[in-house]
Ligand binder design. Structure first.
Ligand SMILES: Cc1cc2nc3c(=O)[nH]c(=O)nc-3n(C[C@H](O)[C@H](O)[C@H](O)COP(=O)(O)O)c2cc1C
Length: 203
């Protein structure tokens, strides 16, 4: 567990209330080293996702990883150019899916919510292991579904890059400026009390 916010985080992120450093230290960089991720470390990231909560404990999430050259090249073919330009060096890519139907065969209301929880757990575990992650919605879902042979009852949510960070200077120039932790809007714009849109009583 990370005990402190990094200097980089402290320079860009100023929480109003106390938050676990691990949560603040996670952000989505684009510059990756080509260094392989040891299997034990990589699988611990998905182990964390496994322990996410889900409606009826149905665990609708699925993950397809690509870490060999051939698998990564296949993934590259369905990632949109604006993402491919930076994620090509990442040693691991993963598609996050979830099952749209429940065990009873009904439409699930919670599958996307649950997959989001799994992604968050995954990203935090990765951060705790010194790994960076970056989710991408910018990819061709139809092509990915076909290439990865994803059954129709599964929705494709995101491709995630996983690996060790490199310097901003290693990126194509257009991406360098954005290679830093982002800020957030004030909590009061997201947190209401009593009814939608009503400010909280304090703060
Ligand atoms: C579902 C999802 C889709 C995203 N798609 C993209 C994308 O296609 N390209 C990209 O560069 N970043 C993408 N992002 C990254 C977000 O822009 C990023 O998480 C957000 O700006 C907050 O920054 P942080 O993760 O560094 O804290 C995506 C993130 C999520 C969760």
């Amino acid at each position: 567990m990370e005990k402190q916010v990094t200097a980089e985080t402290a320079a860009h992120r100023h929480p109003t209330y106390e938050v676990e450093p691990l949560i603040l230290n996670r952000w989505s960089p684009r510059s990756y080293k080509e260094t392989e991720v040891p299997e034990e470390v990589l699988f611990s990231v998905f182990e964390a996702a496994r322990w996410a909560p889900s409606a009826n404990n149905e665990q609708p999430w699925r993950f397809i990883i690509a870490r060999t050259k051939a698998d990564r090249e296949a993934f590259h073919s369905f990632i949109f150019p604006g993402n491919l330009a930076w994620c090509q060096k990442a040693p691991v890519l993963a598609v996050i899916l979830s099952k749209k139907t429940t065990a009873k065969g009904e439409q699930s209301r919670a599958h996307a919510f649950d997959a989001g929880a799994a992604w968050a757990f995954l990203a935090l575990q990765a951060e705790s292991k010194g790994l960076a992650t970056h989710a991408m919605g910018g990819f061709d879902r139809d092509k990915a579904r076909e290439m990865l042979r994803v059954p129709n009852e599964f929705e494709l949510h995101a491709v995630v890059s996983i690996g060790y960070r490199d310097r901003a200077e290693a990126l194509p120039e257009a991406y360098r400026e954005r290679e830093k932790p982002s800020d957030r809007r004030p909590l009061a714009e997201s947190l209401f009390e009593g009814e939608f849109g009503r400010p909280t009583l304090q703060g």
